[in-house]
Write a protein that binds this ligand. Structure first.
Ligand SMILES: Nc1nc2c(ncn2[C@@H]2O[C@H](COP(=O)(O)OP(=O)(O)OP(=O)(O)O)[C@@H](O)[C@H]2O)c(=O)[nH]1
Ligand SMILES: [Mg+2]
Length: 419
């Protein structure tokens, strides 16, 4: 009997032991599975012009212009509901928009810094795409590094030769002589051929690249730029809902020696195409004598958020082609900044141009640090307000405010005037 009881006890213990082992094994397998977080793969695309879904970005099939804006309120000030909601992917509509960067392979580490700031301050919550353009094929390093940093999809485009070369009507000897003279005169980039192709490309072709045809809005980002404050709302959506076509953060005076005849060409265009000049234009921003002379004011185009359909319009293309025929991209050194600015100021209504005070920006050597301590605190800015260029003598932003009868942001007269 005693032996029988001992056998039963043994059976029960063995059963418990087997159950315990089974329980332990099955649970530890579960723990292992739970700890195995999927790591997104980042494969660069193989062909130039291909698109790469850098990682499984969330489904943003919400691109819609027919959304009900009142259902997705945009927090524009710290008092608006949702202002502090900076975590996770933002709910709500997305515009048909992309970042765009023209760059060389050698710019990879400088553009990496710019991307990282744009992502940290804004795009990690919105996951907009990024288009990279180059006159030479992008290499694998460039593609791998950039696509690992961008939260949206990345696309890499090779610029067709006709958009990055001398038009056949350009007299090569004359153009060469100009470069030699400008070198002698120590004009910045005065002897560079590639800089001239770059300026002509940014003036007339970036928005017509095949990859750009898919989008309506763009945000231009250059290597080595900085974003100093959080961007709480979607600037693309702001542009769309407020019917803005062009925007800027910094403005200044152009070097006169780089554009001696740009205004003559502009006046010729205005005479030939009065139909393209907007009734409510911003001539006062460009000229202090009613249009006779150009005062050299321009929006600094290394930062731009704009509407691509406007750049692709007949008005803008007529303007670019007229300038291109005159040859100043090569016989002088016309920059895309004065070209975009003159076009926007003459062919858009004043209300269609926007100054983003709340997007803090740096491109060597100028800083736009938002005016107003409250704004800077609310946006967690890390720029020094003394370095804000807006109200200094060489900036045209005061003129922009005057032309638009706008009140300057509170604090403008105490801040940023120190040199
Ligand atoms: N693919 C390509 N991109 C270029 C070339 N030259 C300039 N870029 C790009 O065009 C943009 C403007 O060129 P930058 O050299 O920054 O000109 P900048 O802003 O007037 O002058 P910096 O003070 O040097 O920044 C940048 O995004 C450059 O990466 C070129 O020859 N090929
Ligand atoms: Mg630059």
């Amino acid at each position: 009997m005693a032996t029988g009881t001992a056998r039963y006890v043994r059976y029960i213990l063995i059963t418990f032991f087997i159950l315990a082992v089974f329980y332990f094994v099955s649970n530890s397998a579960d723990v292992t599975t739970k700890l195995r977080t999927p790591i997104p793969t980042t494969k660069p695309p193989t062909k130039e012009g291909d698109s790469s879904a850098a990682k499984d970005s969330p489904n943003l099939a919400k691109i819609a212009t027919d959304y009900d804006a009142s259902k997705f309120l945009m927090a524009m000030t710290p008092n608006d509901p949702g202002w502090d909601d900076l975590s996770g992917i933002k709910d709500g509509p997305r515009m048909n928009a992309t970042f765009v960067t023209l760059a060389r392979n050698s710019d990879v580490w400088e553009i990496a810094k710019s991307i990282r700031q744009v992502e940290d301050r804004f795009n990690r919550r919105y996951n907009y795409d990024w288009v990279f353009l180059n006159d030479k094929p992008f290499d694998d390093t460039f593609k791998t590094v950039t696509s690992s940093l961008v939260s949206g999809k990345t696309h890499y485009g090779l610029i067709p030769e006709e958009h990055w070369s001398f038009p056949e009507w350009i007299d090569q000897d004359k153009a060469k002589k100009v470069r030699e003279d400008m070198k002698e005169a120590k004009i910045i980039y005065g002897d560079s051929i590639s800089y001239r192709h770059m300026c002509r490309f940014e003036s007339g072709f970036f928005f017509r690249q095949e990859l750009m045809q898919n989008y309506e809005y763009y945000w231009r980002v250059e290597p080595s730029v900085e974003l100093y404050c959080d961007v709480h709302y979607d600037p693309f959506r702001y542009m769309h809902e407020n019917k803005k076509k062009y925007s800027f953060t910094l403005s200044l005076y152009e070097y006169r020696e780089t554009i001696p005849t740009l205004w003559d060409s502009t006046k010729k265009f205005m005479k030939n195409h009065p139909e393209h000049i907007a009734a409510g234009n911003s001539m006062g921003f460009l000229s202090d004598d009613g249009g006779e002379n150009y005062n050299l004011c321009h929006f600094w185009s290394n930062f731009e958020i704009g509407n691509l359909n406007w750049l692709r319009s007949k008005a803008y293309i007529d303007f670019f082609e007229s300038l291109d025929q005159d040859g100043g991209f090569f016989y002088e050194r016309w920059g895309d900044a004065p070209v975009h600015t003159i076009a926007a100021a003459l062919m858009l209504n004043k209300e269609e141009i926007h100054f983003f005070n709340d997007i803090a920006y740096f491109h060597n050597p100028f800083t736009h640090c938002p005016t107003g301590q409250d704004v800077r605190t609310a946006l967690k800015c890390h720029c020094n307000p003394d370095e804000n260029f807006d109200w200094k003598g060489y900036s045209c932003t005061s003129k922009y405010f005057e032309v638009n009868n706008m009140e300057k942001p509170e604090g403008w007269d105490e801040e940023g005037k120190k040199d």
